[in-house]
Design a protein around this ligand. Sequence first.
Ligand code: ADP
Length: 267
Amino acid sequence: MNIGIDAGGTLIKVVCRDRGSLKYHKFPSIQLDYVASWINGFDEAQICVTGGKASLLKSKMKHKPAEIVEFEATSQGVRYFLTKNDFEEDAYLVTNVGTGTSIHHVTEHWQQRMGGTGVGGGTMMGLAQLLTGLTDYEEIVRLAAKGSRNRIDLLVSHIYEGAEPPIPGDLTASNFGNLLPSASLASLSKEELLAAVIGLVGETVATTSVLAAGQCGVSTVIFIGSSFLRNKLLKEVVIRYTKLRGGSPLFLQNGEFCGAVGASLYE
Ligand code: ADP
């Protein structure tokens, strides 16, 4: 059996690969010691680690595993899933919305990191906590899906007030820019605040990705990362903004495991 581990800033993703069948496991990164002792129980497996916390995890493991750079692992994992899904495009952009966001130009044989943004899943969690006190991911994404951004975000149409704007009026002119009289602030619900946070993250990662895609001469943007898990609103925002700016968004099932799958393929 091959085990690939992607030890990220927030979550540790583990893939156990045995004759073509994949088993997926996920743990909070604070359970690093537990994951190390669980993995130490696999005596016969070939193990490869990747991700920001890979070295720390490795230091706690009985048999020292191989280690690969996370960007290589991720692009290997993306290629694996694309082949499984008969996707034939030979060059595309991969945007990994993890704790932070990393953007890559990937082809059949190489990958190049184009850049990234500190706005990502960690921003979603941090701003959600600051604005609403909530810390549970599932609760945050569930409430956000019920919220409206109308009272918080400033739209292009708000600025143009009845005049014909040169760009679509329903684009966001300024995230959180629709300043309310202070008396109304307390009336904002958690749902509205959380929807606005996810709007900010989604529009930022989609816009940055499409600009990078243009620079690489590709139009398909593959979005991966645990930030999309059960996060209907983030997906909707990303799809809308990517298409609006001329890109073709694609989501991979189990896409948050690309790094771990790539590591499991290491020979
Ligand atoms: P990393 O490799 O940096 O850990 P991930 O791709 O695993 O990144 O994505 C981390 C993000 O996924 C978090 O910032 C959060 O927005 C989201 N997330 C999804 N599920 C959870 C969870 N159970 N606990 C915390 N964050 C979660």
